[in-house]
Design a protein. Sequence first.
Length: 364
Amino acid sequence: MLRVSKAILHVFDFETGAKYFSDTALDLEDRQTRSYVQRRLRKITSNPESRHGAFAEKSNFAGGLQEYTAGDFGFVEFSVQIAQWFWENLRKADETEQCDLLVADYLDTDAKASLADASDTAGEDGGVSNASGARAADEAFEGNGRRLFAIVVLPRRQSFIHDVLSGSNEILKQDATLPSPTQKVDTYAVIDLDTGAIDFHDRERSMAGQSKLVMPELFLQCSSEASSHEVISEVTEIVQDLAEEYGLEPAVEVSRAKAAVAAAVEVDETVDPVKVGRRVFEDRPEIQERYEAQAVEKRLPEEISVKRGPAGRIARNHKIRTDTGIEITFPSEMTNHPGLLEFIRESDGRMTISIKNVAHIENR
């Protein structure tokens, strides 16, 4: 559950060379504004593709953030300093993009989103504003949670609108459209104000002919560790390679690896890559040894943090496609239960897939 205390939007126009820095925070009492900001922040806070980092000792932003947290800077003043930095540096890119900058100070708790989420989504298609629901959500908010500080580059999209004129309707191009609340954005940072831990995402930009990652390298000046999505992908890749090498069925072993990830996350929202390999190859100690050696070679972390929601999207189901064009998606844990799904290798090398004990089939 998220509770946004402060948020502000700054606007860049690189085509005209104009910047529009806001001197007031967004009105979070407005239902549509609050809904957009919360949903946008929720998207990046739980993104399994976020890489992880820690500030370098020389980081200039880390010092400014400490001063802000201590109350030496006001939120609007601090956000304007951040916006000025991004304005000066993003315009140095060989190919500029029209974008806005969202800065927010908010709380994230482990409490299940209920009243607040309901108040954000209720009436989004034009229903009555649910201000009383929002107030009830604030009253029901439990726990202090993590205080987070987010910086999000919002790329603007080109769209077309109609313009109703006297006797003549026109089609006009509009480039002030923000990305939808659920749309992925590729450049952002979320900093835990208590621990200093950083989650970030970025893409390479060409600056003076050199590829740069603006967020981690130039602005945050922080380290960069693999995302949970990248680690889980490495785990399944190792499992697949070893399954093929030892004559096991890769589809079965990879689905078992995903099931092990999902099971670990349900317990404490962390995954130990080595324990995943031990669980998958629990009856084959020689493969376990090879797995652990490859995990060390690929420098997989001893433990990664994965929230239940993202883990479900990554590991709950496994999808396969045959060379005959048939696609099958099934729960990863199904391969741990004999009698439901069977992969049979025939003498000629071809395979038969049997789905058993089915009581009903539904067209989707």
